[in-house]
Design a protein. Structure first.
Length: 182
């Protein structure tokens, strides 16, 4: 809603409408800040969530918004195998086969909020993460589109984080290794 209100504000011309939109934006921002504070407080109070948060936040590309989304909307992280996590996130390849015809693989379903957060994190990581950046570059050099390469990075990150959050090892929780290797 915040983005929608900002877009409305750009188009508004009357002073009274601008003031009303500004008041609404302030209300939305304060509510968002309060909710983020509540989520951060809940994470700090839970030892299990705190441990997961410490592992996840150490990864370049995983910021506060992605962290909150993963902990709140993907509690199965660390408890399911890589294929089930990829399906829950909505980045598992779904085939379009019929008989002898082999169609394209696409992604579908899943949890849109988690997929969106991971997509944004993968965009940052494709530039800043020392492990995922070369993987992303390799996929792009192989002819994959940007979205296909980012989806592969998301699939790898969600699958490689599963054992790390479960065992709480001291390595990089999202090491972004190719998901086919594990």
């Amino acid at each position: 809603m915040i983005v929608a209100e900002r877009n409305r504000r750009r188009r508004a011309t009357q002073g009274r409408v601008l003031k009303a939109i500004d008041r609404h934006l302030e209300l939305l921002q304060s509510e968002l800040s309060e909710l983020n504070g509540d989520i951060d407080g809940a994470i700090r109070k839970s030892p299990a969530w705190q441990a997961d948060a410490e592992l996840l936040v150490s990864v370049p590309g995983v910021g506060p918004a992605t962290l909150r989304t993963l902990i709140a909307d993907l509690p199965e992280l660390g408890r399911l195998d890589r294929r089930k996590i990829a399906a829950l996130v909505g980045v598992a390849p779904i085939n379009r086969d019929s008989g002898t015809m082999r169609g394209r693989r696409t992604i579908a379903g899943g949890r849109p909020a988690v997929r969106t957060a991971l997509f944004m994190a993968a965009m940052v990581a494709s530039r800043k993460n020392p492990v995922i950046a070369p993987y992303y570059a390799k996929l792009r050099a192989a002819g994959k589109t940007a979205k296909q390469a980012l989806t592969a990075c998301i699939r790898s990150s969600s699958s490689s984080s599963t054992p790390s959050c479960e065992t709480a090892n001291h390595g990089n929780p999202l090491d972004f290794q190719d998901s086919r290797s594990g």
